[in-house]
Design a protein around this ligand. Structure first.
Ligand code: ADP
Ligand code: ADP
Ligand code: ZN
Ligand code: ZN
Length: 749
């Protein structure tokens, strides 16, 4: 069969300069280039968008009203596309009923297996589903969790009942006093001296009759223990029906905790009683999938043969992609971006579609160097099934497997948007482009390590796979936390370190700015300096130059666009006709600073504005953005158009001139080209030299080599991990035993 190509001619989305290229079908094509060079503009904004649009054209006008709208990309021609499936890092999200097992369609097959060969036999496969009334635990409706009292700080153990030991703020005075008047207790005995039976009666006793003393007389009353009473009053009722004041008073004592009936298993007692190989379905769903796979393979019943085959294949895909440490009952909302992307990949591997375009955005994120080969095998399998695989990637170990490479550049933003190289990996490594030059180099381990100025202790870390982990994070140095995926890095840093040291600032990839008026200038605060400079130069008030002021265009309220709501169609955004998208009133635009209006300034890139301004405070903030590799950004570009990596870097930029102590960064090299990593390192070093403490979770070996201190988690993922396997400098890590990271570090020096 002759090689077919996807043909693109004259593409001009965002910064693309009339780009034309051919992408071989049923091959792996990888797009490389510095961030902001235009990779996404080609792959997502041109190819994927056009494929979606063409697909939607096949539907009737009526159906199309319900589909997302795709504008035709700016290009002269885009031909020979197949259906596109974009596998991105958007988290899977989902409610608590969405788990790894449900989303990969493994759980339905497991349920079928139990309904066929489980003992004792209890019913159809619905009887094993926590999403079905037949199977769900009636106590928690299949949630596995229930609101309950989690604190007993409303008892003063050092007091007796007569001294007022029961202190629930929401109980009436007579209710508090009722415990002493019940006659069940020695009212002068301190609670700390109560026997377990007495304590149980005080907390959980229920519906016992006694005579309550009120106003000199007595009345028949029914005794309720403190927790029992509390639960009936505040938990069994909908919390939202309580007054706000009561909700606030009650909140510290209650939280979600495992359901007392099913112990978190979510299923009815009948379902939990049904077993295969001595295990019930909840126990199987809680196993790591690698162990579950071994168990399933042992099942020999002829009644189960087809289900065993399907389960072996689907669970096998999870193991092969490096997710062997997850369990089927893991809620999808708790998976990281990288894990979410790999789960989506698994779904597609099980699909029988062929001749599809699979589009991936940096699939190596979150993967330890040890596991990158698994990703590569997966990409190969998708191709070999007859699909076209298109990948945006920075990791040389992934780029190597490409059949064809397209390098976009030469630089970012307006200085990018060209194809600077097309060809094989061998040719790329000889090419004189930023990617070509950097692909062969790796940084040396640095020669001198900073001395810590103290330490931040993490004490008794005990979540997920961590068991009583104690570790010290040195202050005033750059610490890199390493380890394979699932080893416990995030659990240690995000869940425990941050809880124990809440002043630490997290700089992550989540979106910045909620207002449609936010942009890099407002976010970094340089907008305030611009306003002052314009005010000073023109002798007017600085507030005139704010998007939120009377100076803003009244028609679009300073957003520059008008949003039109169309009854049956998606709303559309059009540039404001009054200000032509310039966002300010004409009279404001008439005020100039060195010949530019405030709107002209907002249309500058960071780089252009660095050349334009001379004021020290302004230059400092602009330089910070340039230092984090964002000099191609337009100052007025809405923050909603920034990628995750760009969001993280702009947050970093706005911290650069502060001095706030402790920073936590999670995979800051995501979205960064090899040539940008040196830049990122110099910023992190600057922050540390200014006296800050940096804690970075990273797989990138160049970052690891630049650390002052390494904390390596492992030895492996899931239950095989959760320990600190190494603490020390990168040079010491080279010689460390039992560390997977050490092996890969040795290979790279
Ligand atoms: P890459 O994927 O190589 O990082 P992009 O294709 O995302 O680069 O971006 C190329 C250029 O286009 C950058 O200057 C970026 O800021 C700009 N850009 C991307 N999306 C938008 C958008 N929606 N609006 C305006 N500019 C954009
Ligand atoms: P890393 O950051 O090194 O990839 P994590 O700390 O995310 O590792 O995960 C360590 C272990 O804890 C893994 O087995 C993972 O599946 C489990 N885990 C992580 N987060 C959760 C969660 N929210 N609920 C249940 N298990 C979790
Ligand atoms: Zn339950
Ligand atoms: Zn306007």
């Amino acid at each position: 069969m002759p090689q077919e190509y996807i043909e693109i001619r004259g593409a001009r989305e965002n910064n693309l300069k009339n780009v034309s290229l051919s992408i071989p079908k049923r091959k792996i094509t990888i797009f490389t280039g510095v961030s902001g060079s235009g990779k996404s503009s080609i792959v997502f904004d041109t190819i994927a968008t056009e494929a979606q649009r063409q697909l939607n054209e096949n539907f009737s006008m009526f159906i199309r009203n319900f589909l997302p709208k795709y504008a035709q990309p700016h290009a002269d021609a885009i031909e020979n596309l197949s259906m596109a499936i974009v596998v991105d890092q958007r988290r899977l999200g989902g409610n608590s009923h969405s788990t790894l097992g449900t989303i990969t369609d493994i759980s339905p097959v497991l349920r079928l297996l139990f309904s066929r060969i489980g003992k004792p036999h209890i019913g159809g496969s619905n009887a094993f589903s926590f999403n079905d009334p037949q199977g769900m635990c009636p106590e928690c409706n299949g949630l596995g969790k229930k609101m309950g009292v989690v604190s007993d700080t409303f008892l003063d153990m050092s007091k007796s009942l007569n001294e007022g030991a029961v202190q629930v703020p929401t109980f009436a005075t007579w209710e508090k006093a009722s415990y002493a008047s019940s006659g069940f207790f020695d009212n002068d005995k301190k609670l700390s001296d109560f026997t377990p039976e007495e304590m149980n009666l005080l907390l959980h006793g229920k519906d016992l009759k006694f005579k309550l003393q009120v106003g000199g007389g007595t009345m028949n009353a029914s005794y309720l223990g403190v927790i029992e009473k509390f639960e009936r009053a505040y938990i069994k009722r909908d919390l939202k029906t309580l007054s706000e004041r009561t909700q606030k008073q009650v909140a510290p004592y209650i939280a979600l905790r495992p359901c007392p009936l099913c112990k978190g298993a979510r299923l009815s007692q009948a379902a939990l009683g049904c077993k295969i190989e001595g295990l019930n379905i909840a126990e199987m769903s809680a196993m790591e999938v690698s162990e579950l796979l071994d168990l399933i393979k042992k099942i020999e019943s002829p009644l189960a043969a087809s289900m065993v085959t399907t389960l072996t294949e689907r669970i096998g895909h999870l193991v092969n992609i490096g997710l062997e440490y997850l369990s089927l009952d893991r809620e999808t909302s708790t998976l990281s971006g990288g894990e979410s992307q790999r789960v989506k990949m698994v779904k597609h591997l099980s699909s029988s579609l062929i001749d599809v375009m699979y589009i991936f955005d940096e699939p190596s994120v979150g993967l330890h160097p040890r596991d990158v080969h698994r990703l590569n095998e997966l990409l190969g399998k998708l191709r070999d099934k007859g699909n076209t695989v298109i990948v945006v990637e920075h990791d040389p170990d992934v780029i190597k497997v490409a059949d064809h490479i397209v390098d976009v550049g030469p630089h970012a933003g307006t200085k990018g948007g060209h194809i600077v190289f097309e060809g094989s990996f061998t040719d790329l490594s000889k090419a004189d482009t930023l990617t070509g030059r950097h692909i062969k180099q790796s940084l040396p381990i640095k020669g001198k390590f900073r001395k810590p100025s103290g330490q931040l202790s993490v004490v008794n870390a005990n979540v997920n796979n961590l068991h009583h982990v104690n570790v010290d994070i040195p202050k005033g140095v750059l610490t890199v936390v390493t380890g394979v995926a699932g080893s416990g890095k995030s659990s240690l840093i995000h869940q425990v370190f941050l809880a124990q040291h809440p002043k630490a600032v997290v700089i992550d990839q989540s979106a910045v700015g909620t207002s449609t008026r936010s942009n890099p200038a407002t976010y970094t605060g340089v907008m305030d300096d611009f306003r002052k400079a314009f005010a000073k130069a023109n002798g007017v008030s600085a507030s005139l130059f704010s998007f939120n002021s009377e100076g803003a265009c009244q028609t679009c309220q300073g957003t520059g666009v008008i949003y039109t709501d169309l009854a049956f169609l998606d709303g559309i955004k059009t540039p404001c006709e009054v200000c032509e998208g310039k966002r300010f009133k004409e009279q404001v635009l008439a005020y100039h600073l060195d010949g530019k209006s405030i709107s002209d300034v907002l249309e500058m890139t960071v780089l252009q504005s660095l050349e334009f301004f001379t004021q020290k405070e302004i230059l400092q903030k602009l330089q910070a953005m340039s230092d984090v590799g964002l000099d191609y950004l337009t100052l007025g570009q809405p923050l909603s158009t920034l990628s995750g990596g760009e969001c993280q870097r702009i947050k970093l930029a706005s911290e650069l001139h502060k001095k706030s102590g402790v920073y936590v960064l999670d995979e800051p090299t995501t979205g960064l080209h090899m040539s940008d990593i040196t830049h990122l390192l110099s910023i992190m070093n600057r922050l540390v030299d200014a006296g800050n403490t940096m804690v970075v979770i990273e797989h990138n070996l160049d970052v690891i080599k630049n650390a002052d201190w390494i904390i390596d988690m492992g030895p492996d993922g899931g239950t095989k991990g959760g320990k600190v396997v190494f603490e020390g400098t990168p040079v010491e890590l080279l010689r460390a035993e039992g560390s997977i990271t050490s092996v890969y570090l040795r290979n790279s020096v």
